[in-house]
Design a protein around this ligand. Structure first.
Ligand code: TPP
Ligand code: MG
Length: 596
């Protein structure tokens, strides 16, 4: 007898029965998934992997890994993405042949651009044509399914025998978790899964196939970089893709203080440096901002800790002229670049390239620094990132007043802001811990927000941190059925929708086009507004078992409603608050929204 969902968070555990000598190809696959240590596999089912599904349920007992059923493959991958952003290690996702993988592709691209480890598993109909069932197995089979995602995965494979499966999965896990991390894809032949193998072969331990220890910094390069930084009068540190580790966080602060360097942070890459620190520079936004460019222009030394698009930032500051300051680049990202995806960004100049993990570089540089008098102490005092532009009437909620209300409702609780809306430019959200804010989706693929929120909340479950994702209405509506998975598996989560009834980012693009062409700006909303009817997002949340609040239009109601929603989450629930925001009164978000 199987138990189904008994009590909160119950794992659906089947009764197990297996005779010795009665094993199948997919049993080896399932046992190896356990061996490489995937805690969960988020999935949407399909006949192409019915063999593996059976092994996960009836051999492994649906634990280690535990299945997380998703209503869309894009959510399965986005959940694994969000999980890795918090945990720093991969979980799995399993998608059906062809169509399931096609559904998943955008989320794989997001994960690739965000450099997170992720083990994606899939399947094909029988490669041996004589084994295919009529019709369905033929549409399940492609000559090269990995080609769908090869341009934005680190590696893919389709093992051709049961004996080849362990090596394939060991290599997949090792590659995914070796810096710079990324997704990998393994495709299992349905016929291999369904081959009766009799006795289990001896399976290798994963112990001897782990990712290597991070490469250390070459002492001569470290010395040269330290000398350059010590000689600088006006050093800047650009904090990019850094770790979620608190030790690394403290060392980054120590480095900035030792150098008296102004620090720029990137909202795309999450919390990397305390907002309130006196060395925190002006908000950089995405382009970066004019104020950040000014700091870069004045700098005589720039240390980039894997800043996403350093080359583009220097171009924004210097135009066509070469950057006058010396540039030290700490990044291993070049190891991942390929000929298809230009998410490698502009080629940055580097007087010294430290080809190691940026936090390894920080730790290696620290002991080489000597006390010094910073050249531009006091200059950092940053813009506060508050609202600029027209002042909002008191009866309107703006993107930034939503941030203030949310802070108020949270009080002193430890929180993780999983996602922020596009309109939160500046330093609208204060951070003082690496898990305070997780950054963006990597690839700019709208619709990934809800899934990523569920995955991050899963990794945070039991940590004492309140998981909150503030999503755009467009992003939320594209991925909203991901909430069902959070409700079903009792993953506490608060979603706040910054609902401007529009794909508003693109209204601004139409605004720009119209101005450039001297055409009516008033038409910018056409083909952009999500109105008539306005989707009732709270009802959509309720329809999946979450608690839906709103729409909240009255600023006086906002904090109270958010507090109620937080109580729901603290009681173990999933809550969504639909907040109607007026986009016209935004922030110094010009830097955050696409400006050019
Ligand atoms: C899959 C996908 N489709 C379209 C876009 C283009 N796009 C970028 S931002 C945006 C609007 C997002 O709307 P919403 O989440 O409501 O945020 P808002 O701009 O309104 O704050 C769109 C459509 C995209 N990035 N990804
Ligand atoms: Mg919107």
């Amino acid at each position: 007898m199987s138990e189904r969902g008994q009590g909160p968070g119950a794992v659906e555990r089947p009764a197990l029965a297996n005779e010795t000598g009665d094993y199948w190809g997919s049993d080896v696959m399932a046992l190896m998934l356990r061996e490489i240590g995937l805690p969960f596999v988020a999935l949407n089912p399909g006949a192409s992997y019915r063999g593996l599904h059976d092994s996960l349920v009836n051999l492994l007992g649906n634990q280690a890994p535990q299945m997380l059923l998703c209503l869309h493959e894009e959510h399965a991958v986005a959940i694994a993405h969000g999980y890795a952003k918090v945990a720093g290690r991969p979980m799995g996702a399993i998608v059906h042949s062809n169509v399931g993988l096609m559904h998943a592709t955008m989320a794989v691209f997001n994960a690739w651009c965000d450099r997170v480890p992720l083990v994606l598993l899939g399947a094909t109909g029988p490669v041996a044509a004589d084994k295919r069932r009529p019709w369905i197995d033929w549409i399940h089979t492609a000559a090269d399914q990995g080609a769908l995602v090869r341009n934005f995965t680190k590696w893919d494979d389709q093992p051709n025998s049961v004996a080849a499966v362990p090596e394939s999965l060991l290599r997949a896990h090792k590659i995914a978790t070796t810096e710079p991390c990324g997704p990998v894809y393994i495709c299992f032949d349905a016929a291999l899964q369904e081959t009766r193998i009799g006795d289990l072969p001896a399976l290798p331990s994963a112990e001897r196939f782990r990712a290597p220890a991070p490469a250390a910094l070459d002492p001569a390069a470290a010395q040269a970089a330290a000398e350059l930084l010590l000689a600088a009068e006006r050093p800047v540190i650009m904090m990019g893709r850094t770790s979620r580790d608190t030790g690394d966080w403290e060392r980054r602060v120590e480095l900035a203080e030792a150098l008296g360097a102004i620090v720029l942070t990137d909202p795309k890459t999450g919390a990397s440096f305390p907002t309130r620190h006196k060395l925190q520079g002006p908000p950089a936004g995405n382009n970066p901002s004019a104020e950040a460019c000014e700091v870069l222009r004045d700098a005589d030394a720039i240390l980039s800790l894997d800043w996403v698009d350093l080359g583009g930032a220097l171009k924004a500051a210097w135009g066509d002229a070469p950057a006058a300051g010396k540039v030290i680049l700490a990044s291993m990202d070049h190891q991942l670049h390929n000929g298809w995806s230009m998410d490698y960004q502009a080629l940055p100049p580097a007087d010294i390239h430290l080809a190691v993990d940026p936090d390894v570089a920080v730790a290696a540089l620290l002991p080489l620094l000597r006390p010094r008098v910073p050249g531009w102490a006091g200059r950092a005092a940053s813009a506060d990132g508050g609202e600029s532009g027209p002042t909002a009437p008191a009866d309107v909620i703006t993107p930034v007043s939503l941030a203030v209300a949310l802070r108020d409702a949270i009080g002193s609780r430890a929180t993780t802001l999983i996602r922020t809306p596009l309109a939160w430019g500046g330093h609208a959200w204060e951070v003082s811990h690496p898990l305070d804010m997780l950054g963006g989706d990597g690839g700019g693929g709208i619709g990934g927000g809800p899934g990523m929120a569920v995955g991050a909340a899963l990794a945070l479950r039991g940590s004492g941190r309140l998981p909150i994702a503030v999503l755009g209405d467009g992003d939320c509506l594209m991925g909203v059925t991901a909430l069902w998975t959070a409700v079903h598996y009792r993953i506490p989560l608060l979603i706040v929708v910054a609902n401007n009834s529009s794909f508003f980012n693109d209204e601004l693009h139409q605004d720009r086009m119209a101005r450039q062409r001297n055409r009516p700006v008033a038409n910018r909303w056409i083909g952009q507004r999500i109105a008539d009817p306005e989707p009732d997002i709270a009802t959509l949340a309720r329809g999946q078992g979450a608690t839906g609040y709103g729409p909240v239009r009255d600023p006086a109601e906002l904090v109270r409603t958010l507090r109620q929603a937080i109580e729901t989450v603290e009681a173990g629930g999933v809550a969504l608050v639909d907040v109607r925001v007026e986009p016209g009164y935004a922030t110094s978000m010009g830097s955050h929204y696409a400006r050019r």
